[in-house]
Design a protein around this ligand. Structure first.
Ligand SMILES: CCCCCCCCCCCC/C=C/CC(=O)SCCNC(=O)CCNC(=O)[C@H](O)C(C)(C)COP(=O)(O)OP(=O)(O)OC[C@H]1O[C@@H](n2cnc3c(N)ncnc32)[C@H](O)[C@@H]1OP(=O)(O)O
Length: 301
């Protein structure tokens, strides 16, 4: 039976079909242009132009305590990314965190636990949308990963064009869904397989590996590991290298490489939402989430 996905006005305004082709005309006015200071403020997403690099924006996630991807946070991220995408003065974004020690704790478990099917459907649609937005962005997207990034946080990192991870043993990265008693959806899995290969992904996904920096570099889930105080400067240097390539050639090539993976979701978005809602609504899955949330609470003592 088809689910009725009732979207709230803000989310509805934001979420629209994906048909972006690199180089295609973008239909919205340039956000923030004309005032000389392009700064797309929102409560949880700080976006400012990089003072040291023309055409580069730094996007800082600040949804304390752990940058969990709640529906509101996802919506703000989407709005900021759309503004940047539509502002032709920007060619690249560095995504980083404003929460010390945490890049992102992944999807907000409270959006999936004890919620009704309509809410879960709306939430999952926003998760899909953020992934598509980042994964298919025409901009160069560099992840300056300055904290731990499990599950959805790892997917966000994997969707960047390049990942720089701070060398701190606490900053583990990986798709750890099985540790929560849930599973990574096929498009999370596809992105991991594309990045680290089939066999490594098979092990990592089943065992819910969270790779510390040295292992993360070795398996290829990140591209570079650098001292913590050099993450931002390294991301800037890498950005300069990527921006040296003509945009149209880079964008078309990115699309060539990434479109087949994105299309697998685009061709079955509604079915994916229905599968998610059915799965997450199961008693056994809700029980697993409850146990995991309790463990997080108890950890505090
Ligand atoms: C055949 C069937 C087919 C079906 C197909 C459908 C497939 C669909 C399947 C479903 C897929 C769902 C995918 C989910 C992906 C995810 O992203 S799940 C989230 C995974 N995240 C985590 O495991 C991280 C959990 N958090 C932590 O490990 C720690 O919090 C931390 C290491 C990030 C930080 O530690 P610390 O600094 O010590 O802070 P804490 O005290 O632990 O946390 C502070 C505060 O935040 C709350 N919190 C932490 N993480 C989350 C989160 N992800 N969501 C919501 N809330 C979170 C934590 O409970 C604390 O809250 P309180 O202060 O106690 O209120």
């Amino acid at each position: 039976m088809a689910l009725t996905v009732g979207l709230r006005p803000l989310t509805r305004a934001l979420l629209r079909p994906w048909a972006r082709v690199p180089g295609a005309a973008l239909g919205r006015p340039a956000a923030g242009s004309g005032d000389g200071v392009r700064c797309f403020g929102s409560p949880r997403v700080l976006v400012e132009p990089d003072p040291a690099a023309v055409g580069v924006a730094v996007m800082k996630m600040r949804n304390p305590p752990v940058n969990s991807l709640s529906l509101e946070f996802l919506t703000e991220l989407l709005i900021s990314l759309e503004k940047l995408e539509n502002d032709k003065t920007f060619r690249g974004i560095i995504i980083t965190s404003d929460c010390p020690g945490i890049f992102s704790a992944g999807l907000d478990l409270l959006e999936m636990y004890g919620r009704d099917p309509a809410h879960c459907a709306e939430y999952w649609k926003a998760v899909q949308e953020l992934w598509l937005r980042v994964y298919l962005s025409n901009l160069v997207v560099i992840g300056a990963i300055n904290g731990i990034s499990p599950a959805g946080g790892c997917l966000l990192s994997l969707s960047c064009d390049y990942r720089v991870l701070a060398n701190n043993p606490k900053y583990a990265i990986g798709l750890n869904e099985t540790l929560l008693g849930i599973i990574a959806p096929f498009w999370f899995k596809d992105v991991l397989v594309n990045t680290i290969g089939h066999r490594a992904a098979e092990r990592a996904l089943q065992l819910g590996f969270l790779f510390p920096p040295s292992d993360a570099l070795q398996v290829g889930i990140v591209d570079q590991v650098v001292p913590e105080d050099q993450v931002q400067s390294t991301a800037r240097s890498v950005m300069a290298q990527w921006l040296a390539i003509p945009d149209h050639a880079r964008q078309l090539t990115k699309n060539l490489v990434r479109k087949p993976t994105a299309d697998r979701l685009l061709q079955q978005r509604d079915a994916d939402i229905q599968n998610f809602v059915r799965f997450i609504s199961r008693d056994s899955i809700q029980k697993s989430l409850h146990v995991y949330l309790e463990k997080l609470k108890q950890k505090k003592g």
